[in-house]
Design a protein. Structure first.
Length: 190
């Protein structure tokens, strides 16, 4: 039951994008097409789960036992950069169209603060290995959900009669704010 609560909390109640405002760059940049949003969400989720695994192992098996916890942030950044490079190589080899569709946003996963936030939150909350992995899956699912919802709304907005001053970035930011308010309603769940 505790693992389920961690998952729901990370995906809905404490959604990285809509509650903590982490990962806003890809949220706004990739959410204009549903296919790109799904692909970016899956790639980011994959990196988040790998980050949860590797950062927990690094922190609990190396940094803490050898009193090197002051190296936490640089080591997490190094792990994230290496994992993103790995994912980029895999996507480039497996699906050239997906690699081209994600374009510059794929390397930007490295600087996605949601992934660094995941690693830091996991260590701060002192999750067990299983809890940290579930936290990573939940955070990735929540990130993907936010991207998909935003992409669906933006695709509909392309067909809507939006007043000229609100077209583009203004309506995108207004919708993002409304989504954040809507997700705050989940706070009473847990």
């Amino acid at each position: 039951m505790e693992l389920f609560i961690i998952f729901i909390s990370a995906a809905l109640v404490n959604n990285f994008v809509l509650a903590y405002f982490l990962g806003i760059c890809p949220f706004v940049g990739v959410s204009n097409k549903l296919s790109s949003a799904i692909s970016m969400g899956m790639a980011t989720t994959f990196v988040m789960v790998l980050t949860a695994i590797v950062s927990w192992l690094l922190y609990n098996l190396i940094l803490i036992p050898y009193s090197l916890d002051f190296l936490q942030i640089p080591s997490f950044i190094l792990v994230i950069a290496a994992l993103v490079q790995f994912v980029e190589m895999v996507i480039k080899r497996v699906s050239q169209p997906l690699y081209r569709a994600l374009g510059i946003f794929l390397p930007l996963i490295t600087t996605n603060c949601a992934i660094l936030g995941l690693a830091l939150f996991g260590s701060m909350r002192e999750y067990s290995f299983a809890e940290n992995v579930v936290f990573g899956v939940g955070a990735g699912a929540g990130f993907t959900l936010a991207l998909i919802i935003m992409a669906g709304i933006r695709e509909e907005l392309d067909l809507a009669d939006v007043p000229k001053p609100f077209r583009g970035a203004p309506i995108t930011l207004i919708v993002a704010g409304i989504l954040a308010l809507a997700f705050m309603g989940f706070a009473g769940m847990i």
